[in-house]
Design a protein around this ligand. Structure first.
Ligand SMILES: Cc1cc2nc3c(=O)[nH]c(=O)nc-3n(C[C@H](O)[C@H](O)[C@H](O)COP(=O)(O)OP(=O)(O)OC[C@H]3O[C@@H](n4cnc5c(N)ncnc54)[C@H](O)[C@@H]3O)c2cc1C
Ligand code: SF4
Length: 562
């Protein structure tokens, strides 16, 4: 872009949950918006392989380099992207999942759509750990309501403390194995309720209701579940106010002579040429760590440590959800009567956090996600059938064993809250650049006893649930030395923080509207502003906060403040 080219009102970087929502709200409010996206265009309604059978592929749907979750999975990206490395400090285990496509990770996320509760914004007040958010549940609740009404989700009104209800569509009925899990939960006093998933069971806004094919991870060809391209970006484009620029890898935000952000420099991935988009307001939504990376790479005389980083906290307070899982076989479910278990992609039940920490040796909590049943088998399904009686075989016997045992397994996954700590953060690696010449991130990571004790509790609970079902657990209890089986940092793919909000500019990057303390026309609208995790998955909160930030930008523009 030449200096004489017109500036946009707003330039947004990244088109996932946060960027898609900001684009939707701002374009509908009349702003002229440029949306920079590092990957290609992709719409599930056009590109999904929702109903392609595995046998239609010579690979039977096995994963590929750019589709590590399977050839038909809805997300282009992965733990490693050719030409775009990241590094780890010695002793650190941290994996960083990155999407590179329109809509980012919303193309294959699990659609578990949970509101944070009042306690989740005020953790420090409750137990002295971490920090409180500068906002509370009441500030975000109206935006959760709007997200519910625009995007849609199913669930049940339960009135549980710290698990706020939403504007739910009716949930689908539990499957057979889910009813058995529910019985076990009831017997052990573990709360178990219908899932809360952003999947439509009633049509809204021209989108069809789910037809229960169970293939959500491939992207929904009828837009019955939420993905940013079909639900947010396509309507935003129809306003005529949104210009979408794909294959655009943002490198840095530049500052004008007035000290305000004035453009985003990006690399056109097809030509490797450097380009610029000028805008009056910049919104970073490239995902928590990538937005931190862009800020750290935006160095100037005014901000030698990176834009909006006078506090030195860009990259700090990085967290991920804790995770551990236990699986087992339940003899009662072997040789079951074949029956139709079609349903929404994902479980129809889940367990929100149900205990009182005063009686436990760890703070905060976790929820339980369940797995099992008879959904369409994927590549490599039941790859350990040789461990089951009668212990493997060939031909007819093997086929009969698959039929007997398929659907007889259950799996419990815990997803819990990590407390931010000083040893978990990202920074620029001084020695490594990606294929575009952009310095990359180096990660540092450490779990504390808070997380390890929590995961031990997950292990014990899941083993007790499987025993209650009369089942056999497949793996022995991992030792403390093995972290009780805790997933490595980043592996639950809920990385948050790095650009956190707060009232004090000395200890935070953004104010309570996700506006940079140091630069008033710069905002962050992904998981970066989060002050803490919760025992809930983060995306419904990313969407609500992004909408809130976009409304604030609109108001400030009306008042002439931006
Ligand atoms: C398998 C899986 C299951 C999940 N399940 C759930 C779930 O059930 N519930 C839940 O709440 N969350 C879930 N998540 C997490 C959820 O996907 C993320 O929280 C959410 O997508 C984050 O939104 P975002 O906008 O911050 O980032 P993303 O969705 O990752 O979007 C970021 C976008 O920015 C683009 N981008 C990155 N860098 C640049 C750059 N330099 N220049 C331009 N563009 C750039 C990317 O290509 C991408 O499109 C899951 C994630 C995965 C991978
Ligand atoms: S299960 Fe429902 S929401 Fe998921 S892909 Fe199939 S039709 Fe779409």
């Amino acid at each position: 872009m030449r200096a004489s080219d017109p500036a946009y009102d707003v330039c947004i970087v990244g088109s996932g949950a946060g960027g898609g929502m900001a684009a939707y709200v701002l374009a509908h409010a009349g702003a002229k918006v440029a949306l920079l996206e590092a990957g290609p265009a992709w719409y599930a309604t056009r590109d999904s392989k929702m109903l392609v059978p595995a046998y239609a592929s010579p690979r039977r749907g096995k994963s590929t380099k750019t589709k590590p979750f399977g050839e038909f999975d809805g997300c282009i990206g992965g733990w490693e992207i050719a030409g775009e490395p990241y590094t780890r400090a010695p002793g650190t285990t941290f994996d960083w999942w990155r999407a590179r496509m329109l809509g980012g990770r919303t193309n294959h996320w699990g659609r578990i759509s949970l509101r944070f509760g009042p306690d989740d914004f005020k953790g420090k007040t409750r137990d002295g750990l971490g920090d409180d958010w500068p906002i509370g549940y009441d500030d975000v609740a109206p935006y959760y309501d709007r997200v519910d009404d625009l995007i849609g989700l199913f669930g049940s009104v339960e009135g549980l403390r710290n698990h706020p209800d939403g504007h739910f569509q009716p949930p689908p009925k539990p499957r057979c194995y889910e009813l058995m899990i529910k019985q076990a939960c009831d017997a052990l006093g573990v709360t178990c309720i219908p899932s809360r998933l952003s999947i439509l069971t009633r049509p809204i806004h021209g989108r069809a209701a789910c037809h229960y094919c169970g293939q959500c991870g491939r992207g929904c060809g009828v837009a019955a579940n939420f993905s940013s391209p079909d639900v947010l970006i396509a309507p935003a484009l129809r306003t005529g106010n949104l210009t979408l620029i794909t294959n655009a890898m943002a490198r840095e935000v530049t500052l004008g002579a007035n000290g305000l952000a004035d453009s985003v420099l990006y690399i056109d991935k097809r030509t490797h040429a450097e380009r610029r988009v000028r805008a009056r307001v910049i919104v970073l939504a490239a995902s928590a760590c990538e937005s931190a990376r862009i800020l750290l790479n935006s160095k100037s005389a005014a901000f030698p440590q990176g834009l909006a980083n006078s506090s030195g906290t860009v990259g700090k307070y990085l967290t991920d959800t804790t995770g551990a899982g236990v699986g087992g076989y339940v003899p009662k479910m072997v040789d079951h009567v074949p029956h139709n278990e079609d349903g929404a992609g994902g479980a129809h039940i889940y367990s929100p956090w149900w205990l009182d920490n005063a009686k436990l040796d760890f703070p905060r909590g976790y929820h339980i996600e369940m797995g099992g049943g008879l959904d369409a088998p994927g590549y490599g399904f039941m790859d350990r059938i040789q461990d089951l009686p009668p212990g493997g075989g060939y031909g007819r016997q093997l086929k009969e064993d698959y039929r007997r045992w398929y659907g007889a397994s259950v799996y419990f996954s815990g997803r819990g809250e990590m407390i931010p700590n000083a040893d978990s953060y990202c920074e620029l690696d001084p020695a490594t650049v990606d294929q575009y010449g952009i310095p990359v991130l180096r990660f540092h990571w450490k779990w504390s006893d808070h997380e390890l004790n929590q995961v031990k509790h997950m292990q014990e609970t899941f083993r007790a649930l499987i025993a209650q079902m009369g089942g056999t657990v497949t793996e022995p209890m991992p030792s403390k030395e093995k972290g009780y089986g805790i997933a490595a940092g980043g592996q639950i793919i809920h990385e948050l923080g790095c650009v956190r909000m707060g009232d004090d500019p000395a200890t935070s990057v953004l104010n309570s509207h996700s506006q940079a303390h140091d630069c008033k026309n710069l905002f962050v609208a992904d998981g970066g502003p989060f002050v803490s995790q919760a025992d809930k998955n983060p995306t419904w909160t990313i969407l609500a906060l992004s909408w809130r930030t976009a409304d604030y930008i609109t108001e400030q523009r009306k008042q002439g403040a931006l």
